[in-house]
Ligand binder design. Structure first.
Ligand code: ADP
Length: 467
């Protein structure tokens, strides 16, 4: 429970507000107290100065002349005024009960004054300000006595206590409001995080269609949006993976079922003649060959998916095109296809020879396969700083709605025709993945006069530019 975000947020709010309230309850009070101290000391000092001034004409102090001089001093509102002679003997005391006249008093302020210094102090104790001030009385630079004043003030202290009380009430209100707000806010925040967490757990358990539904524009809402788009991609990848596995199993199942059917027929048919047996075995061989083609293509795609590729080198494309042309010329001849090429030298790309062979072979093989009795032209050159390989045929072309999908795994426009022609439905996806891995592209368009054109483009290698 202590580790939960809600508790952490709540405690942080409470700590911050407690610090603020503590400051609110101490700083203004201390400042006000200081101000009162300063003003008290100043007024006490000036009152004492006035009294010293009224005694200033006297050459010696005694009870009579001090009483006469003090009688003309205006009402000061002070609690007690003492006047002593130079020995500290009290000559004048405003306190009526317990008057100290005739006694020697040695308050520290009086001692200071008799030594020739002005003294003053103010303290706050038991709900009252107690202020003291004293000054020497001089006659021709001789200390002839001291004036001491004392004030006991509860009025200002009450004001201060009132302020303290108000601050406490205000703090209690602020504390209460902040506590409720912090509970509310931290709950709202952790509720959002909780919803996000639930969505993450659901997706982790395999519910890829689940999305985090969090409104607003804050950081948590942004994380939720990022999580949702990540889940979108995950779902797309997962769907593609499932479709791929199911398509692959289906593709493998068909030749396997044929092999089983053929071998069962041989085994279960009594007195089967050798010619039929040979025919069946030849069929089994063809299906096995198809199986191995599919598995080879699947392995190639898996390798491309894993991203572990052979290190690329600078490869001249022309010899590879020439090799594929030699390989395909016989097949083209058999199918009555006029296969021609026009390839330039100096087309160098960063790849492996095997990859380039795959691309050229698959594109030329498709063109020959799907345009029986027609013509296939292959061209190789440099266009806009890229090496472009173009394979054009005058076959049936590709329906516009299928153009964007023919590079998908196992996608075929005409399944029966592709199978009959020995296709696996993986050739173009191998071409597209191979090109993408080397920073290239491949695209297919239909020619206005009929037939399809496939164009593969690689970035030109540095060595090729100077060649
Ligand atoms: P396949 O092994 O079936 O040829 P590909 O991935 O090489 O698989 O091609 C996918 C599909 O694209 C083919 O089944 C075919 O329908 C279509 N296609 C490819 N090349 C051509 C072409 N030159 N002319 C017409 N259709 C083509």
């Amino acid at each position: 429970m202590w580790g939960s975000l809600q508790v952490k947020f709540g405690l942080s709010y409470i700590c911050i507000i407690a610090a603020v309230l503590l400051l609110l309850n101490t700083y203004p009070l201390l400042e006000s107290q200081n101000m009162v101290f300063h003003s008290k000391v100043a007024t006490m000092q000036s009152s004492v100065s006035v009294m010293v001034y009224s005694l200033s004409g006297l050459d010696r102090l005694n009870e009579e002349n001090v009483a006469a001089a003090m009688a003309v001093v205006e009402e000061t509102g002070l609690s007690r005024i003492l006047v002593t002679d130079e020995a500290g003997k009290v000559l004048y005391d405003t306190r009526e009960t317990g008057s100290a006249v005739g006694d020697y008093v040695f308050f520290s302020e009086i001692v200071q004054a008799l030594l020739g210094y002005d003294a003053s102090s103010c303290i706050y104790r038991n709900g009252a300000f107690r202020s003291r001030a004293s000054s020497p009385v001089l006659y021709r630079n001789q200390i002839i006595g001291a004036v001491y004043a004392y004030e006991y003030d509860t009025g200002q202290a009450e004001l201060l206590l009132g302020l303290q009380e108000n601050l406490l009430k205000l703090s209690a209100v602020i504390g209460g409001v902040v506590l409720v707000l912090s509970l509310f806010l931290s709950k709202a925040l952790t509720k959002k995080i909780g919803r996000l967490l639930t969505a993450i757990r659901q997706v982790r358990e395999g519910a890829y269609s689940h999305r985090a539904d969090i409104g607003g524009h804050d950081e948590i809402a942004q994380i939720a949006q990022e999580f949702n788009s990540l889940t979108d991609r995950l779902q797309t990848t997962e769907n593609a993976r499932r479709r791929f596995v199911s398509d692959a199993s289906h593709e493998l199942k068909t030749p396997l079922a044929a092999i089983r059917l053929l071998s069962d027929s041989i085994l279960q048919t009594d007195g089967i003649d050798p010619a039929t047996t040979r025919e069946f075995v030849a069929d089994i061989g063809r299906e096995a060959e198809r199986l191995s083609r599919i598995t080879e293509d699947l392995l190639r795609l898996t390798r491309l998916d894993s991203g572990v590729l052979d290190p690329p080198t600078e490869v001249e494309v022309l010899p590879v095109v020439e090799q594929v042309m030699r390989m395909m010329s016989l097949v083209a001849q058999e199918k009555g296809v006029d296969l021609t090429y026009d390839a330039a030298e100096g087309c160098v790309v960063q790849a492996t020879r095997d990859e380039i062979h795959q691309v050229v072979y698959n594109l030329v093989d498709n063109a020959v396969k799907y345009s029986a009795g027609g013509a296939v032209q292959v061209s190789l050159g440099i266009e806009d700083g890229q090496v472009a390989l173009r394979v054009a045929d005058n076959g049936p072309g590709i329906p516009e709605e299928d153009l964007s999908r023919i590079f998908e795994r196992f996608y075929r426009v005409d399944k029966a025709r592709s199978r009959a022609a020995g296709g696996t439905g993986l050739g173009l996806s191998i071409v597209s993945d191979t090109m993408r891995r080397r920073g290239g592209t491949v695209e297919a368009v239909n020619r206005p006069q009929g037939g399809a054109v496939f164009t593969a483009r690689w970035p030109q290698a540095k060595g090729g530019e100077t060649a």
